[in-house]
Design a protein around this ligand. Structure first.
Ligand code: CDP
Ligand code: MG
Length: 759
């Protein structure tokens, strides 16, 4: 264990505030996955970021994603050449050699597990083969869809783009994709790449997925949360619809397990072509994997034969640090050093920069891709001969103390490590350097990663399963059931929000909540706001919370940017401050110059605008008698609606900026960036959106509340003790079981949970 701690803390030092930072409640692949931050490897991050804020070549108009703009079919000779080349690549893929046999197996089986090495063509070819074999037409000639699910948004988009190219159609035409808040399909679409979460949502309105003839569940070995849930859900579809085909693909040997889950279904192996990979371990424990990886990469670059390098890091922070360090070292070596093309790859990177990893290096140039585990199996890059494995990745882990998911830097599993090494041997003999010892590999790494469903918050999953009529969650057909406590805990949280009743059944509110592609508390916030008549403002708040940081704060202009930010402050609420930023930016037509001047990430606000449009179409008109009001008084209602969903995260002032959580007594400080920090008097009671752990625990995105609201909205926890004087001591957490300790924990009482029978 020492190693990992050491590695983490050292890394923290090397990369500023990365390392052990845990972002509670921030969903790596969903919330943070918009292409926003521009960080070019060869420039200081801040400078590049500023460029991003100004947005070269941007106009005041609201930009459509570039891919949505129709791409005309190219007809020049050059384009024909390119298409020929693409067809040649297709012809030479391992899966091409077994295409007809595979299609025969699919014709005579309903469920097929397909196993093949990364790069054999599963993701890009299977859907096209199915289309070629007629699966996108029903017997009456109607159009049907072939779906391919991906655990990651980035993969769904980038693979769809590639397949559209191969099929010679504009993206969003015959080939399209759908991810949360973004649907790039049309009535012409026959092949649809989508995140597993989006397909899961579609089963709510169409339990038998009638539009689809086949679903390819890709990257099943990753065992993402919604892939695991879909396993159980699609098993039902297979039983109900004999014309439905389910293909499960895996890059590893979990095939038997998948096959057993589907009653011993057919398994198809794509014969692989892999080359030997020589693997080297660190001789002693590595204290700082960024530094060690940089050193190794330099050594390869300066002394090894041609071939590209792939470095596995954990996330944006250490990827940026690695690129920066490598660029500095190479610069310090002076003239005569061959060119090293540094290419970062992480989910928040803008799509155009992500696409660069697939471009071939120029003669005399060597590519060095520094990536998260997305390059492990989801994206295949040809030409890699050298792999450097930090041995770490970022994983979403449920933190029971705060009741939320956190992203944590964690050692990879042995299976991950072997996949990573395999990337070096795709086209020729390769080499892999591991930044950990053989002893650590054998004794400290798990054989395989724990499936996400067993380590994360299940709030969303429970709500969705309840909505599609699964009454008894404990006996739902999970391949690997989540721990019972996790299910019960998530049900408890939903009960607190009012989405489930005491028997564990979905309430009317819960049914409404499930309609939104949002985490349950955000959905509740929106519904409460609608009832209070302030839905318009809340739509803005929720959209702004769904995109990454909108304020931009370069290190060398920190003070200036802080001052700029303060001009947007709404003293009693960070949520309303976000609302303010959006409204003012919109009034300026999202003007690039204006955004840059005010240190606002234009792309983030634009994305929020897009999300808002999507969400707006889902909010029904306000209930009868409620008039939507706007202006200052409405903002008190917005705060109340926020409180209705976040009273579990209520805190009381202890001293200047220190607060204690009313329910568990833990202390947390106002985040220094908060609008209610230091302006005027700090409020006695607040609720917060998330906790961020750096040097200590900070509440981020905070709103002042009236303590009466706690008793009104969270009566299971709060009561008003003295009726006459309502001061800071009169509201306290209470145990639902009846104990009346001021900071008593509501979580402890099992009698307050919905009956286990309903679980
Ligand atoms: O899914 P699997 O790992 O089996 O392979 P794939 O993703 O279908 O990739 C097959 C091949 O397509 C890769 O080896 C690349 O040659 C090519 N490809 C590409 O050039 N650019 C992409 N964006 C995706 C795939
Ligand atoms: Mg694939």
């Amino acid at each position: 264990h020492k190693f990992w701690e050491l590695g983490g803390s050292k890394m923290g030092a090397a990369i500023g505030q990365g390392g052990q930072v845990a972002n509670y409640g921030q969903d790596q692949e969903e919330a943070a996955d918009f292409d926003l931050d521009k960080v070019a490897p060869s420039k200081p991050a801040q400078e590049a970021s500023q460029e991003g804020a100004q947005g070269p070549g941007t106009s005041g108009a609201v930009a459509l994603p570039q891919d949505k703009q129709a791409q005309s079919l190219q007809t020049s000779d050059q384009a024909l050449d390119a298409r020929e080349k693409i067809q040649q690549v297709r012809e030479n893929l391992p899966v091409r050699q077994v295409r007809d046999e595979l299609l025969r197996v699919i014709r005579s089986n309903q469920v097929i597990v397909v196993v093949g090495e990364t790069g054999s063509g599963k993701t890009t070819q299977l859907t096209q083969y199915l289309r070629e074999d007629g699966y996108t037409r029903s017997s009456t000639g109607a159009r049907l869809l072939v779906a391919c699910t991906q655990p990651r948004r980035v993969a769904a988009m980038s693979v769809a783009k590639r397949v559209a190219e191969e099929a010679g159609c504009p993206l969003g035409g015959t080939v399209g994709y759908a991810i949360r808040f973004e649907d790039c399909t049309s009535p012409e679409t026959e092949i649809k790449y989508m995140t597993d979460g989006v397909l899961m949502r579609e089963t709510l309105s169409s339990p038998d997925l009638d539009k689809y003839s086949c679903v390819v569940m890709d990257e099943a070995h990753e065992r993402s949360l919604f892939t695991d849930v879909l396993f159980g859900v699609l098993k039902g579809v297979v039983q109900r619809r004999l014309d439905f085909k389910l293909i499960v693909t895996s890059a590893t040997m979990d095939a038997d397990k998948f096959s057993r889950f589907f009653g011993g279904c057919a398994t198809f192996h794509i014969p692989g072509r892999t080359f030997e990979v020589e693997t080297y371990f660190a001789k002693s424990v590595v204290p700082d994997f960024v530094e060690a990886a940089v050193k190794q990469a330099l050594e390869i670059h300066l002394s090894s034969p041609p071939g590209d390098i792939l470095i596995f890091m954990t996330g944006q922070e250490d990827i940026t640090a690695t690129c920066q360090l490598l660029a500095d070292r190479i610069e310090s070596l002076g003239e005569g050093v061959p060119e090293l093309l540094l290419l970062p790859m992480y989910s928040q990177l803008p799509a155009d920069l992500q696409a660069k990893i697939f471009e071939r290096a120029k003669a005399g140039q060597r590519k060095c891709i520094v990536s998260t585990n997305i390059a492990e199996t989801s994206l295949t890059v040809d030409g890699i001969r050298y792999v450097i494995d930090s041995g770490m990745c970022k994983l979403k882990v449920f933190n029971p103390r705060v009741g939320m998911d956190a992203l944590r830097v964690t050692p990879v599993s042995q299976a991950n490590a072997n996949q990573r090494a395999g990337r070096a041997g795709r086209t020729a003999r390769g080499f892999c350097w591991r930044m950990y010892t053989e002893n650590q590999f054998v004794h400290e790494l798990l054989p395989a990663q724990v499936p996400e469903i067993q380590r994360t918050n299940l709030g969303n999953v429970v709500l969705l399963l309840k909505t599609i009529g699964v009454r008894d969650l404990l006996s739902f057909d999970f391949m690997d059931p989540p721990p019972k406590e996790n299910i019960v805990d998530s049900m408890y949280q939903l009960w607190v929000l009012g989405a489930l009743d005491g028997a564990g059944e979905l309430t009317a509110l819960g049914t409404q909540m499930a309609k939104y592609p949002l985490d349950p508390p955000l959905a509740k916030m929106l519904i409460s706001a609608r009832e209070l008549g302030c839905a318009e403002d809340m739509l803005t708040v929720v959209s702004m919370l769904s995109v990454p940081e909108v304020f931009y704060r370069p290190a060398e202009r920190a003070e200036e940017s802080d001052q700029a930010r303060e001009r947007f402050f709404v003293p009693e609420s960070d949520h309303l401050t976000l609302c303010n930023v959006y409204n003012l930016s919109k009034r300026q037509g999202f003007n690039a110059g204006w955004c840059a001047k005010h240190f606002i990430h234009r792309k983030a606000v634009l994305k929020a605008h897009e999300v808002r449009e999507q969400l707006q179409s889902m909010v029904p008109a306000p209930p009868h008698g409620v008039k939507a009001v706007s202006g200052t008084p409405a903002w008190d209602l917005v705060r109340k609606a926020i409180c209705s969903a976040y009273f579990v995260q209520a805190a009381r002032l202890k001293s200047i900026t220190e607060y204690v959580n009313l329910l568990n007594g833990a202390s947390a400080a106002l985040h220094p960036s908060s609008a209610i920090c230091g302006i005027g008097e700090t409020p006695d009671y607040v609720v917060y959106h998330e906790l961020v752990l750096t040097s200590k625990e900070y509440m981020r995105t905070v709103t002042a509340i009236d303590p009466h609201w706690l008793a009104e909205l969270g009566p299971m926890f709060f009561s008003i003790k003295g009726h006459e004087h309502l001061g800071r001591h009169d509201i306290g957490g209470k145990m639902v079981a009846g104990a009346d300790s001021e900071d008593g924990t509501g979580h402890g009482s099992s009698s307050s949970r919905p009956a286990a029978a309903g679980a």
